[in-house]
Ligand binder design. Structure first.
Ligand SMILES: [Zn+2]
Length: 93
């Protein structure tokens, strides 16, 4: 199983690591309820509840205003992952 990609990297909820795990988008559902949709190379698409208190204030504002905050939605995920791995290599090698 690949990853972590640098020392001390914390895994996502599914146990895999960025950029195998990418944030697709965050959504506001019911009142005060937020979810994050992630895409994992190994687990596929997953949805998890977000703890509002742990979110950045700008993200909460965005979700309250538009109902959604896009991550990699609509992008070529293979390219996003390739670029991210190249960037991590530059930083951590
Ligand atoms: Zn996973």
């Amino acid at each position: 199983m690949p990853g972590p990609y640098f020392p001390g990297q914390l895994p996502s909820d599914c146990g895999h690591y960025y950029p195998d795990v990418l944030r697709v988008r965050d959504e506001k559902r019911a009142k005060g309820k937020y979810v994050r949709i992630i895409d994992c190379v190994y687990c596929g698409r997953l949805e998890r509840k977000l703890n509002r208190r742990a979110l950045a204030p700008e993200l909460v504002r965005q979700l309250e205003k538009n109902g959604v905050d896009l991550g990699v939605e609509g992008q070529d995920l293979a390219k996003v992952r390739k670029r991210a791995i190249a960037r991590l290599k530059r930083i951590h090698d």
